[in-house]
Design a protein around this ligand. Structure first.
Ligand code: ZN
Length: 157
């Protein structure tokens, strides 16, 4: 099989991901991927072997991932209207630009988690959901690897 080592720390990892770190594309391990932006998890050449490796590797760990709810844009708009605020008024309340409120409500701008938290307080609605991820040792439902998009959103913000 092809052995792949992390380009950054040199560790032999079965779960490398292609990441953009300081403008350079590198194949890195999970720990090193946090220094950059994940482009894609590396596809293993042999699916059977991949499955086996993942099962061996899986460790139980818990992670909390915070994600915006899917319909945050609609919800923000509805609540703002219910409160009788124009986009301009609302923008003033949250100390942001009116255009940003517009973009948020039309789903063209995704607020960061801290920002969504602020909006939650002002609007009195829940916009952020917390997911507790448990990585079990069985590997039963594991397909790719331990990465989720949420993990990296959390890291970047
Ligand atoms: Zn590494």
């Amino acid at each position: 099989m092809i052995r792949i080592n992390c380009d950054l720390c040199g560790k032999n990892e079965d779960n490398l991901a292609r990441a953009l770190i300081e403008g350079v594309e590198l194949d890195v391990c999970a720990a090193c991927s946090k220094f950059g932006k994940i482009i894609q998890p590396i596809k293993r050449p042999n699916p059977k072997e991949q499955h086996q490796k993942i099962m061996q590797r899986a460790e139980p760990k818990e992670e909390k991932t915070e994600l915006l709810i899917e319909n945050y844009a609609d919800l923000i708009k509805k609540r703002r209207e219910t409160m009788g605020l124009s986009q301009k008024d609302f923008a003033f309340r949250i100390s942001e630009k009116e255009s940003l409120v517009h973009h948020m409500e039309t789903d063209h701008f995704t607020p960061s988690i801290p920002m969504a938290r602020k909006l939650e307080k002002i609007l009195g609605v829940k916009l952020v959901e917390e997911y507790e991820e448990k990585h079990e040792t069985s590997g039963k439902n594991k397909k790719e690897d331990g990465f989720t998009l949420g993990d990296f959103i959390k890291i970047k913000r």
